[in-house]
Design a binder for this molecule. Structure first.
Ligand code: AMP
Ligand code: ZN
Length: 105
């Protein structure tokens, strides 16, 4: 398996873990751009939003619910935060495994 984020979700590669359940893995971004900067990834490999299809709709809905819960857990739900999803090289995507950036100052 050559995908870095699959390796992180499988714990084949170390990360600063924040949360895990059967579908998602959440860890701190190695190069944080804000005080709080975590990445929320589905354990199942989906390359990007461009590679989503009908069968992923429920998973991606739950991905956003997980982002909301992470914001609560990290204490920024009320003060506010930013969710970012980059798609493709022109959109700033470097890692080809769907991920949501959760960022807050
Ligand atoms: P993107 O540009 O949307 O593909 O975001 C990829 C993010 O992954 C960047 O913010 C990187 O800092 C972060 N990143 C890369 N490698 C690691 C790693 N091993 N652990 C945690 N975050 C990483
Ligand atoms: Zn992957």
């Amino acid at each position: 398996m050559s995908c870095l984020f699959c390796q992180i979700a499988n714990k084949e590669k170390e990360s600063d873990e924040v949360f895990e359940d059967d579908q998602f893995f959440v860890f701190k971004d190695i190069n944080p751009k804000t005080r709080i900067h975590v990445l929320i990834i589905p354990k199942r490999h989906i390359e990007s939003v461009n590679h989503m299809d009908e069968e992923d709709v429920e998973l991606v809905g739950t991905l956003f619910l997980t982002a909301k819960r992470m914001a609560e857990q990290l204490g920024v739900a009320d003060s506010g935060y930013r969710l970012e999803i980059n798609v493709g090289r022109g959109g700033g995507q470097i890692i080809d495994h769907l991920h949501v950036h959760l960022m807050a100052d």
